[in-house]
Ligand binder design. Structure first.
Ligand code: FAD
Length: 358
């Protein structure tokens, strides 16, 4: 058995809290630092949707395999952490159904076609606010913004914006699409610099929502406590958190028309997701810290897998094959900075007249 570790997790989005809850369930002492503001995880629709995401998004088979593995972990993850997983499937409505059915079939996801609808039992959902508060209740959450990470005798210290300093054996960085904080090792800073922000807007709509998640060519409608959430935009490179009510109203109208749903009053909400070029998250250890970053548009779905890989990495257990797939320094990410690349060429005997000395 691994002896108990003191762990600081920076960031209380779903990746930070899921990793923290997993570590706490394994007997470690975990503190999570977060300013407590809205984030991508609180804004999300809460779909756990490997089948429809695989069929509708342009994903490699490697990404589909990771989404599928994460979905398999959900029932046990939900049970162990007291989360309510709603396994009511999803259905496609409106134009394009034949193509969706073809893609689901090609990827071996079970589906059933009736008139203009294509249903799959594999997708599920959670209520994000409820699930986050359950995860947070399992760990200590410290309200504040981490400003600097410092190597300390026993591991790491983190300096907060109000001057407080917390120390622990291990550090997990789960800061979403945010910037790298001062003091992180160079490769971790390089990884965070590779993360692209993708703005997403959805709308909470009052009234009667659908009985289960509905996907259409214009977007999705997911049942919620107050009615439904309709979304979402994908705006790469945009960090603007200001809602655009007209764009939200247009999307709600289009989805309701396509899915034959009634419109109610709407409240637009915006979140920024982080993504890496290969569309997979980064999870595991890198230069002495652990990271849980960049799950793109499937952070909720991926959370149990990322949490497992992070907890295994901190305990020094192999988490194959997923540890390799999500490795923060996997070859495709090319984390060597220009300075490091030049230094490597010089060290390996290559000649680069512009390489800096030292
Ligand atoms: C509109 C929309 C709909 C979505 N719908 C779904 C869905 O249905 N299903 C699904 O699986 N995914 C969905 N997603 C994607 C999902 O929300 C994200 O992939 C996921 O929430 C990202 O989680 P995270 O923990 O990486 O980041 P975040 O949720 O952004 O959390 C990062 C946290 O770190 C904190 N932080 C940053 N810097 C610091 C610092 N220096 N000190 C302390 N704290 C810091 C931030 O304040 C934030 O609280 C959706 C996203 C959007 C925007």
């Amino acid at each position: 058995m691994t002896s108990s570790l003191d762990v600081i997790v920076i960031g209380a989005g779903v990746l930070g809290l899921a990793s923290a809850a997993e570590l706490a369930a394994r007997g470690h002492v975990v503190s999570v630092i977060d300013p407590g503001e809205e984030n991508a995880s609180t804004v999300a629709a809460g779909m756990i949707a490997p089948a429809m995401e695989s069929a509708l998004d342009d994903l490699s088979l490697d990404v589909v395999a990771v989404l599928t593995a994460a979905r398999r972990l959900w029932p046990d993850f939900a049970r162990r952490h007291g989360l309510r997983l709603i396994e009511d499937g999803a259905e496609w409505r409106g134009q394009g159904g034949e193509e969706v059915a073809r893609r689901l079939h090609a990827l071996a996801w079970e589906s059933e076609i009736t008139e203009d609808r294509v249903a799959t039992p594999h997708d599920a959902r959670i209520e994000p606010a409820e699930a986050l508060s359950h995860l947070a209740s399992r760990v200590g959450v410290v309200t504040g913004r981490a400003m600097e990470a410092q190597r300390a005798e026993r591991g790491w210290s983190v300096v907060l914006d109000d001057g407080r300093k917390l120390s622990a054996d291990r550090l997990v960085v789960a800061t979403g699409a945010g910037p790298a904080l001062k003091g992180l090792p160079p490769k971790v800073a390089a990884l965070i610099a590779r993360i692209q922000p993708i703005r997403g807007q959805l709308a909470e709509v009052d009234g009667a929502g659908p009985a289960l998640t509905v996907r259409t060519a214009a977007g999705y409608a997911v049942p919620s406590a107050g009615g439904m959430v309709v979304g979402a935009s994908m705006e790469p490179g945009v960090r603007d958190l200001e809602p655009d009510p007209e764009a939200a109203a247009r999307q709600v109208r289009a989805v309701c028309e396509e899915a034959d749903l009634a419109e109610g009053s709407i409240r637009p909400r915006v979140g920024v997701r982080g993504a890496l070029p290969d569309r997979l998250p980064a999870a595991g250890r890198l230069e002495g810290v652990a990271v849980a970053l960049a799950p793109r548009r499937n952070g909720w779905l991926l959370a149990p897998l990322v949490a497992r890989v992070v907890a295994d990495a901190l305990e020094g257990r192999p988490s194959e094959p997923w540890a390799a797939a999500l490795a923060p320094d996997r070859p495709g990410l090319d984390l060597d900075s220009p300075h490091r690349r030049r230094a490597k060429r010089v060290n390996s005997g290559g000649s680069d007249p512009s390489a800096p000395a030292g």
